[in-house]
Ligand binder design. Structure first.
Ligand SMILES: *Cc1c(COP(=O)(O)O)cnc(C)c1O
Length: 411
């Protein structure tokens, strides 16, 4: 090792607090609004409506609970097939299963790493009766939402947009979290802004917003006692958490600017290397740059073999692989992460259908096409890609060192 390890760990993406959060927590405490009602909740819902440009937002305990409510609003029922992004965090798709639905995974395209509209079209050819599509905007980069929306409209399907990672990103100037009938954002600890936890359902449909409020507070009917006509959930956001979110909102644009600077410093630092950054379509979209990722050119990949839980690689001069880079970062006390392992590769979902632009993806394999364009895009991105330390508290000096460490992996 030619550098000393970092004294303070450089994180992938950790909470960045500013002080105002504490004032709103104290306000909740001193006014004794310590439960799931209060000024902070009302305020963060208003802030979200104004920032995103949606009519209604419902503050909930997590992005995952918001997704669960979205599945119920979309009418997902036992045995229903639901088209889902394949390369995403499992929280995008688990709520489909909570309602008894069956996720059908859709491969990505290389331009944004998000759901491929050609693969989605194929999926509708194979399963014309599907009524719900769930897309995630990976690592803060919007999907090609107008193509996806057009296909949904053509097939009369409801779109749910999981904007958990993309708060503040825009597509043709419009905020993500507004393209689906039901949309969600997350305030989980490592997202672009955080409440320590928390999430929201976003919609322009007043009736849906009212249902979400009712279901998330145990589905009480308007009666003198606890009267129930529907199944309820304890999914509402706490007023203390909402205080943290309220303080963070003022810093959302600043966080995005910091993340953007990190992304472009990496891009510049790697310009002569056989790697590229996670892509987006300039002039059409502006990501929130939540995580900076890189993908290694095919010719510069050393041999790497991944089993279900273990991995081996063979180091080679001039080449590297995500495993070598991630292990080297750990040695220097920095945190990276593999790309989300695609859902169709997860043991829990091994029986679920998976559709690529060429049709049924279950019989396909990238193993036979070395050097050519991959048949399965997500397996290829998972194989060659990784998430870089993207913490907004990382200093320029620390980032320069990370760039050098990664360059050394290729020596
Ligand atoms: C974080 C995340 C979620 C879940 O949000 P929580 O608030 O942690 O429940 C859902 N989808 C994606 C894509 C995420 O990254």
């Amino acid at each position: 090792m030619s550098f000393k390890p970092f004294q303070n760990k450089v994180w992938l993406s950790s909470p960045t607090m500013h002080g105002e959060e504490l004032e709103y927590i104290i306000e909740a405490y001193s006014t004794n609004w310590m439960s799931t009602v209060g000024a902070n909740i009302n305020e963060v819902e208003k802030l979200t409506n104004n920032y995103i440009g949606c009519k209604y937002s419902v503050a909930l305990s997590a992005g995952t609970s918001a997704l669960h409510i979205a599945m119920k609003l979309a009418g997902v029922k036992q045995g229903d097939y639901v088209f889902c992004s394949d390369m995403t965090f499992s929280a995008t798709v688990n709520p489909v299963v909570y309602e008894g639905g069956i996720p059908v995974f859709i491969d990505s395209e290389y331009e944004t790493w998000n759901m491929d509209s050609k693969a989605l079209e194929k999926a509708f050819e194979l399963y014309p009766d599907v009524k719900v599509v769930v897309i995630a905007n990976l690592y803060g980069t919007p999907a090609k939402v107008d193509e996806i929306m057009a296909i949904c409209q053509k097939h009369n399907a409801i779109l749910i947009e999981d904007a958990a990672e993309s708060l503040g990103a825009t597509y043709k100037g419009q905020q993500t979290g507004t393209f689906g009938t039901y949309n969600i954002i997350s305030f989980n600890g490592n997202k672009i802004i955080t409440g320590s936890s928390g999430g929201m359902l976003l919609t322009d449909d007043e009736e849906a917003a009212n249902k979400a409020r009712k279901w998330s507070t145990q589905s009480r009917e308007n009666a003198p006692w606890y009267q129930h006509e529907e199944i309820g959930y304890n999914y509402r956001m706490s007023n203390v958490i909402a205080g943290v979110v309220r303080g963070q909102y003022k810093h959302l644009d600043e966080h995005i600017a910091q993340k953007k600077a990190i992304y472009y410093r990496y891009k510049e630092g790697f310009k002569d290397m056989p790697v590229s950054m996670n892509p987006f379509i300039e002039d059409v979209m502006e990501p929130n740059y939540w995580l900076s990722c890189l993908i290694i050119d095919k010719e510069a990949m050393c041999k790497q073999v991944r089993g279900e839980k273990e991995v081996l690689y063979i180091s080679e001069p001039g080449k590297s692989c995500p495993t070598e880079i991630l292990e080297t970062l750990v040695k220097y006390n920095a945190e990276g992460r593999p790309i989300w392992k695609p859902m169709h590769m997860q043991p829990i979902f091994r029986m679920n259908p998976f559709i690529t632009k060429d049709g049924n993806g279950r019989g396909l394999s990238n193993a036979y096409i070395q050097g050519k364009e991959s048949v399965i895009v997500n397996e290829d991105i998972f194989e060659r890609g990784l998430c870089l330390p993207s913490d907004n508290k990382m200093t320029v000096e620390e980032q320069d060192m990370i760039i050098e460490i990664i360059k050394e992996c290729f020596e």
